[in-house]
Design a protein around this ligand. Structure first.
Ligand SMILES: Cc1cc2nc3c(=O)[nH]c(=O)nc-3n(C[C@H](O)[C@H](O)[C@H](O)COP(=O)(O)O)c2cc1C
Ligand SMILES: [Fe+2]
Ligand SMILES: [Fe+2]
Length: 398
């Protein structure tokens, strides 16, 4: 891959990796990826946008060196400091320690911790404009897309937004420009998968950023991975307004999800009694009984139902000192922010030690649910147990 001029004096200097199969431990990259960076020649010196991964620093530096002497680089704009974009910055600063790094306050703190030596800094604040070499670089916050440090740069004279991970995807493409891409199906698949895995936990931030981007006059979105958007910018950015709803639906008023498992029927009885009481009180109850055979088929529906529910209730007997393992599978498939603004509680039957309820309660708290105290039953309920159970149901209704 050689460098490419995108517009007069503005170059693509990124590195395309067709071979990558896995990114960030858990993300499959079946279309490979690219680590995109850009270089702008101005009358007063050179500006570079984004670093690269440490593994690709050799090619990154070669691409830059094919266009400029390192000593002529005045600024490096860093949109986001995850090491797939910051890993090669150390090598660039070794070539020219006088480069000033322009980034958000949060990103500069991260870079202090990544580089562990002094460097020249310029804090990029939302709405501010840095003027250099006849260009106006305006900062637009992209906070939580997908780190708290994200600050986009809008290059006014180029009508270009440097957006790093936002609006990008893991898709290796040697022709770089979206307008040259013919594999529409693969690209859209990669774009949506990327959103789901990377931006998905923060749909409201993605929406806010998309609104800001849609208000800009744009010829280019200079992404951090995958094709550069030189066309269809409104279409791609608009998808961030709605796609969150597909993967992470908002709460439906009155909906409650109850997921339970039961070996001998005790926990099932509790679940059914709770469901009946909540239905009577006007709630829309989604009731799922899971077991080792049906779980895989039910899992996607359970996840969607939890997103849509004001309250999630988990009913598990204690088996070998814990809740049924299947519960942890879907609880680990939910983003850690899922419980914000939603209630949850655990209930279940036990024989002698009863760990299921306290253990599920811990996990629900980790997911930031507003967790109501759980309910444990020891085999069949006695009169006192029945009373306590009525009290538990009242709390759920309250
Ligand atoms: C394989 C197995 C392991 C169990 N392990 C525990 C345990 O570690 N602690 C406990 O309190 N009860 C344990 N129990 C007892 C159950 O929690 C108890 O029978 C409960 O009433 C089952 O509720 P269910 O009818 O909803 O399945 C175990 C039961 C089985 C079948
Ligand atoms: Fe990232
Ligand atoms: Fe990235």
């Amino acid at each position: 891959m050689k460098v490419m001029e995108l517009s007069k004096d503005l170059y693509y200097v990124g590195v395309v990796d067709h071979a990558l199969k896995v990114f960030d431990v858990a993300i499959l990259t079946k279309y490979g990826t690219s680590y995109n960076s850009y270089l702008l020649k101005t009358k007063d010196g050179v500006v570079v946008f984004e670093g690269s991964k440490e593994k690709t620093e050799k090619e990154y530096l070669e691409h830059i060196a094919s266009l400029t002497d390192f000593k002529d680089i005045k600024y490096l704009f860093v949109t986001h400091t995850e090491p797939d974009h910051s890993g090669a910055i150390k090598a660039l600063l070794e070539k020219n320690p006088d480069i000033t790094i322009v980034a958000s306050q949060g990103a500069l703190i991260n870079l202090d911790h990544i580089l562990r030596h002094d460097f020249k800094k310029h804090v990029a604040r939302e709405g501010e404009v840095l003027e250099f070499g006849g260009y106006h670089f305006r900062f637009v916050s992209g906070i939580m897309l997908h780190w708290p440090d994200v600050m986009f740069t809008y290059i006014e004279e180029k009508k270009a937004l440097v957006s790093c991970d936002a609006f990008g995807c893991h898709y290796a493409f040697d022709d770089i420009l979206l307008s040259k891409l013919t594999d529409e199906e693969g690209y859209i698949d990669a774009f949506r998968y990327y959103y789901e895995k990377i931006m998905g936990p923060f749909p409201s931030y993605a929406k806010k950023a998309a609104e800001k981007v849609l208000a800009l006059d744009l010829d280019f979105v200079l992404t951090g991975h995958g094709p550069v958007l030189d066309c269809r910018i409104k279409e791609r950015a608009s998808e961030y307004l709605t796609i969150g709803e597909k993967f992470f639906p908002s709460v439906v008023k009155g909906q409650v999800t109850i997921v339970y498992g039961s070996a001998y029927g005790y926990t099932r009885d509790l679940a059914k009694t709770i469901a009946e009481a909540l239905s009577k009180a006007g709630k829309t109850v989604k009731l799922y009984e899971i077991d080792a055979l049906n779980y895989a088929d039910l899992k996607p529906e359970i996840l969607t139902s939890i997103y849509k529910s004001e309250m999630t209730l988990l009913g598990s007997p204690t088996i070998a000192g814990d809740a049924i393992g299947l519960f942890y599978d879907f609880l680990c498939a939910l983003p850690s922010t899922v419980g914000t603004g939603r209630k949850a509680s655990a209930f279940g039957d036990y024989g002698w030690s009863g760990e299921a309820v306290p253990n599920l309660t811990v996990r629900l708290k980790q997911l930031h649910f507003n967790v109501l105290e759980g309910f444990k039953a020891n085999f069949a309920l006695d009169e006192a147990g029945k009373k306590a159970f009525e009290g538990y149901i009242s709390t759920l209704l309250g």
